[in-house]
Design a protein around this ligand. Sequence first.
Ligand SMILES: *Cc1c(COP(=O)(O)O)cnc(C)c1O
Length: 485
Amino acid sequence: MNKKDYLRRLPKIDEVLKEGSLVILAEEKSTLLVTEAVREVIADLRSQILGLEDDALASFNTDCLAPGRVAEMATVRLAEDEAMNLYPVINATGTILHTNLGRAPLCADAVENVARVSRGYSDLEYNVAKGKRGSRHDLVGDLIAELTGAEDAMVVNNNAAATMIVLASMGRGKEIIVSRGELVEIGGAFRIPDIMKQSGAYLQEIGTSNKTKVSDYENAIMTKDKLEKGDWYDEDPRHGQRFETGALMKVHKSNYDIVGFTEEATLEELVEVGRKHDLPVIFDMGNGLMLDMSEYGLNEPNIPASLATGIDVMLFSGDKLLGGPQAGIIVGKKKYISKMKKHPLARAMRVDKMTFAALEATLAKYRDPKIALRDIPVLNMIASSADEMRARAGRLADAIHKVNPGLDLEFVEVLDQIGGGSAPMVRLPGWAVAVGDGNKSADSIERRLRKAEIPVIARIADDKLLLCVRTIAESELETVAEALK
Ligand SMILES: *Cc1c(COP(=O)(O)O)cnc(C)c1O
């Protein structure tokens, strides 16, 4: 047979569409999309035939030209077209806030609330009791106030946006004093000096990388009087331009630590300096930890304790240690936050009903810390003991053994991490199941796991493929095992 013979055998689109499976699909989904899929499969086959080398002509298998086969291929193609680019994966890395894997998994109530609120209409900006326009800013304000003691709150898209609007509304055209030890880069393009520039505020760096004293803040304050008197001009060898101080700012050293010969001012000390000079104090906290979790090795400041020091404005992420949706939350004194709500940037940074729905349901858990620790996945993972992890590893190994008894399984002690640029020094003692498969490399098993229907993202250490169980939910154990079938 030659190419022409094969081409003649290609089925007609109409002929394929008569196949029972496609008739049903067209009815259930869309005649247009099913027809398109069939057309594409036939076009592919046509170019495949035209591309055949002479010596391959004879061995071309014509089975694939049967209408039934074409219908099958079209069904597969339809399914592929329907597959989303954003899909769930299983995190077996043991890193809890894995930025590449979507940071914080939401608690079940948050997910349900998102579906409940976004399926139809909602009171996003409507005050149902009064029958008139409401404000989305009021949706979680009271709850945040109750949980943190803040006078007011505002939610924006993420903490980078929060930093931007705080600086733009409090520091535009003014100097903001920040310690050189706290000029953080969070990753990507988020660097404190760059955000400062974008906001129109002027960064006034003080101290050194390792030591910044309270007096450094005091000495750097530029008042109207001092500015007019001009003494500073002679002190500055470059005679740079200076502006009035707008605020003192502390930035949490989220993703690094400075050890050794060090000194930094506490929030309390900054508040004292701020009070004395009538300047607001801002704290970019980053991680959004709401509870004292020092008993789990997490010696980080928490939101209520930080606010209690008297700082004026504080900002943090919704999807780091708070364990909620991506968001930036600004809390503090009403006089500053109401200005931010009216700032032109507020509209550009406002969050959607889905974020509010997830955030409110997550925050509600914090009314009882026990419930927060039980229900918010990020907190629950941090609070899980090594013994619990060993037991879960046992259950995972059992599940794997059931579907594939030929694999070599071994229990390995690991040190899990918080991740997401939070608490970089904290290591959580945990357990993993190491999976071996004859003489196959760890890399090849890792690839196989990534190709599973629900991809499993594993870790390789010392040439071993590790499934770290802290970040694998109990309900996912069977799915992980299936991936190794
Ligand atoms: C993470 C972090 C940010 C940025 O927050 P996103 O929510 O990721 O935008 C800003 N500042 C600090 C100190 C952080 O830790």
